[in-house]
Design a protein around this ligand. Structure first.
Ligand code: 5GP
Ligand code: ZN
Length: 135
């Protein structure tokens, strides 16, 4: 077993857990954006959003709904980011799907990522491509 998070789930590698049930393991990120930065990890191994089952992703979502308010209360956060990085281009480092719960403070320097408006007509073209894949 060469997956870091599978080894943490199996208790072969250490981690500081805050919650666990038969579906998910929830432990603190060792390199937090802010104290309380937590990872919600399904016990079943999937790489990311492209191969995870709907059922397993729903298990992660259900645990997150329970954990996020508790983390906010515990560390006195002003807000929370929820994030899943999927693929190297999106910053995924650990190839076992996990959702970041990141407590945010008003003065912690949060910046939105850069955006740029669509060119004329481009937004409809992009939407049409997505609808075509879905159809
Ligand atoms: P990713 O970029 O894959 O979404 O994020 C991976 C996260 O896992 C990073 O925030 C990183 O700090 C965290 N991480 C990496 N190795 C370990 C570890 O051994 N234990 C814990 N608890 N977190 C880890
Ligand atoms: Zn794994």
């Amino acid at each position: 077993m060469d997956c870091l998070f599978c080894n943490i789930i199996a208790k072969k590698f250490p981690a500081v857990f805050v919650y666990e049930d038969e579906k998910v393991a929830v432990f603190l990120d060792i390199n937090p954006t802010n104290p309380g930065h937590t990872l919600v990890v399904p016990k079943a191994h999937f790489e990311n959003i492209f191969d995870v089952t709907e059922e397993t992703f729903c298990d992660v979502a259900a645990a997150t709904k329970r954990l996020a308010p508790a983390i906010r209360a515990a560390v006195g956060a002003d807000g929370i980011n929820l994030m899943v990085n999927n693929g190297r281009a999106a910053g995924q480092l650990i190839p076992h799907i996990h959702l970041h719960i990141v407590p945010r403070l008003m003065a912690d320097g949060f910046r939105h990522w850069k955006g740029a408006p669509y060119k004329n007509g481009e937004i409809e073209q992009v939407a049409e491509k997505i609808r075509a894949v879905l159809a």
